[in-house]
Write a protein that binds this ligand. Structure first.
Ligand SMILES: Cc1ncc(COP(=O)(O)O)cc1O
Length: 393
């Protein structure tokens, strides 16, 4: 029985995930571990499936943005270490502790209250709650910024047997840029704060600071682990780093659909909402069953292109909630023809970078926009090994 009931889907190449993990493994110092960042449902690729493949390919742990994402991984049977990189509300700490999920802290008072909240559970579990300390060295998002704040936070962790100081990390704001002044300044600040802790007699836990970009440019900053996000999916953090070709990555995601209707204009007619495009006599218009409610952005209206028979064909008219129209060479298209919206077909490729550029955003957002209305097919060694479609359960 067909596991889903539409002709539009995402294909995720798990061999590409494996190849990307191994590419970074070769690039990093031997002692540096890889934390696969699978937040935002694996940047739109599927956190469970990508997380499993990354761990089987050499990653040592997983990271997500919030506790809900970590619970999805645990409930799927993933037992590897998982770190929540963002804020966890105090009323969620007990759940994290129950499922052995490491949390991020940057307020001493949060640590004190969290310790009180799990004290009862600790008497049963006897293993402490793992905490990574977040340091803000120049991202300006979350994290302690001063030596005093850091000392207070680390002291709070040492005051309770319930808490285990398991890591300390920072996040870079500009590691993907050609000008390295900001990232070097952040790293120097991070090093100074680490040295201050050592001077105060602390033995540091796992230290990590590199995202994909920093891992590419400064592998020597790998410390105990890098946090590999966009590179895991075969995408580059910036066009600057893509052009450097320092690490060869393989994009894992392809977005496909099949033509649902074809018509030829006997006389001119307008296409889609707002009648923003006029098909000329003799022009052939094909309709695709995908729209912005799938995360295929309306910003592609009258600007994007797709691949049909290995050729680039333009999106015409406004992208609708569920359908998109393209102009195809006359006589070349039939209902049921496969079309690639993101990825490679024949000798042509539409990269997420190209789509991001016309949308005025970055490749991260393009993949994260793809939502659960789209079925996902996972391919390994050329075979479909899993189909995931949350709405057709
Ligand atoms: C704290 C943190 N750490 C790491 C990442 C991964 O970044 P890339 O996708 O650029 O590798 C994101 C993030 O928010």
């Amino acid at each position: 029985m067909k596991p889903f009931f539409r002709d539009t889907w995402v294909e995720i190449d798990l061999d590409a995930i494996r190849a990307n993990v191994q590419a970074f493994r070769r690039h990093l110092p031997g002692q540096t571990e890889i934390m696969a960042v699978v937040k935002a449902d694996g940047y739109g690729h599927g956190s469970v499936q990508v997380g499993r493949e990354a761990l089987q390919s050499g990653a040592n742990s997983l990271a997500v943005a919030m506790l809900d994402e970590a619970l999805v991984l645990r409930k799927a049977g993933i037992t590897a270490p998982i770190l929540v990189l963002g804020y966890t509300p105090l009323d969620s700490v007990a759940q994290a502790y129950e499922w052995d999920i490491a949390l991020t802290a940057y307020h001493a008072e949060w640590v004190h209250q969290a310790a009180r909240l799990v004290a009862e559970q600790f008497r049963q579990k006897e293993t402490p709650l793992a905490i990574h300390v977040k340091v803000d060295t120049g991202m300006g998002r979350i994290g302690v910024q001063t030596e005093a704040e850091l000392d207070e936070l680390v002291a709070a962790l040492h005051q309770s047997p319930v808490m285990q100081w398991s890591g300390i990390f920072t996040h870079f704001a500009c590691a993907d840029e050609e000008d390295t002044a900001h990232v070097r300044k952040q790293h120097e600040r991070f090093q100074a704060l680490l040295e201050g802790l050592r001077q105060n007699g602390y033995v540091l836990p796992k230290v990590h600071c590199c995202n994909t970009a920093a891992a590419m440019v400064f592998p020597e900053w790998g410390y105990d682990s890098i946090r590999l996000g966009i590179g895991l999916y075969g995408l580059y953090p910036s066009m600057y780093l893509k052009q450097r070709e320092q690490i060869m990555l393989t994009p894992a995601l392809t977005l496909k659909t099949k033509i649902s209707h074809v018509k030829t204009a006997n006389s001119p007619f307008t296409v889609s909402y707002g009648a923003t495009y006029q098909a000329q006599a003799g022009e052939q218009i094909a309709t695709l069953p995908i729209g912005y409610a799938d995360g295929f952005s309306r910003l592609q209206s009258n600007r994007g292109v797709v691949l049909h028979h290995g050729r680039r064909v333009p999106i015409v008219g406004r992208v609708c909630m569920d359908q998109t129209m393209v102009s195809v060479p006359r006589g070349d298209a039939e209902v049921g023809d496969e079309v690639v919206l993101y990825g490679r077909q024949g000798q042509e490729e539409i990269s997420l970078d190209e789509v991001a550029s016309l949308m005025g955003t970055i490749n991260y957002e393009v993949s994260c926009l793809l939502n659960h209305r789209l079925p996902r097919l996972y391919v390994k060694d050329g075979q479909v090994v899993e189909v995931a479609h949350s709405i057709s359960k």
